[in-house]
Design a protein. Structure first.
Length: 225
């Protein structure tokens, strides 16, 4: 009987080890997505934007959001930047999503006037379920004289509605200001803005060839119209 119990314990231990190894070899979709997002920006910065009012749509079955969209008029929802103010209006923005992947949750993003006239994500991911989505991007922001730079996180959330997007909100936050002191907003500072009319229409936007290596000159405060 003792030998049987010992054998049973050994087999149970082997099954646990085997399952653990299997999980590492074949990670779940959620594990893949979590790793993708953590490679873009730390969770604490996502939490900061969430506290400022950005809804983060979780899940591993986001809708296909490939296409180009105009997000306007953009109004400040909340901010931890002292110079921002209630009702602040930002420059109309546009974004193009392309090469969305259902296997590793990757997606590419180019935009205009989220930070400045040209924004390109270095790494990007998408989460969500049903028609709701959140896109996570990381961009390198370079000063005008190219002497300093910082990394910013950009999150866009909304709902896919036919050929348009609804209820889009976006957040930006400085996630690494090691080489940008004195030029950019401080690390951990950010803002959340929203599309006031609730509809982000489909547009023609062929800007992919206009960007290189995700590096462009960005302003710390978007221009007003």
């Amino acid at each position: 009987m003792k030998n049987f119990l010992a054998l049973l314990c050994l087999l149970s231990a082997m099954m646990v080890i085997s399952c653990s190894k299997s999980d590492k070899v074949n990670p779940s979709p959620q594990d893949i997505l979590n790793k993708k997002i953590s490679d873009i920006l730390p969770q604490k910065y996502i939490d900061t934007l969430a506290k400022l009012g950005l809804v983060v749509n979780q899940g591993t079955t986001p809708p296909n959001v490939e296409g180009a969209f105009r997000i306007a008029p953009l109004i400040l929802k909340n901010s931890n930047i002292k110079t921002d103010y209630t009702g602040q209006v930002f420059h109309d923005a546009s974004v193009k999503f392309f090469e969305q992947s259902t296997s590793d949750f990757g997606i590419k993003l180019v935009g205009k006037f989220f930070l400045n006239a040209a924004d390109t994500s270095i790494t990007t991911a998408i989460s969500g379920s049903g028609n709701n989505f959140t896109v996570y991007g990381k961009v390198k922001s370079v000063s005008a004289d190219k002497s300093k730079y910082a990394y910013f996180g950009i999150l866009l959330s909304g709902t896919k509605d036919g050929t348009s997007l609804k209820n889009v909100t976006y957040g930006i936050i400085n996630i690494d200001n090691t080489n940008g002191t004195g030029v950019f907003i401080n690390e951990g500072q950010g803002r959340v803005a929203y599309d006031q009319d609730g509809v982000s229409e489909s547009i023609n936007f062929d800007a992919v060839s206009s960007f290189k290596n995700g590096e462009r000159v960005f302003l710390t405060t978007p221009s007003k119209p």
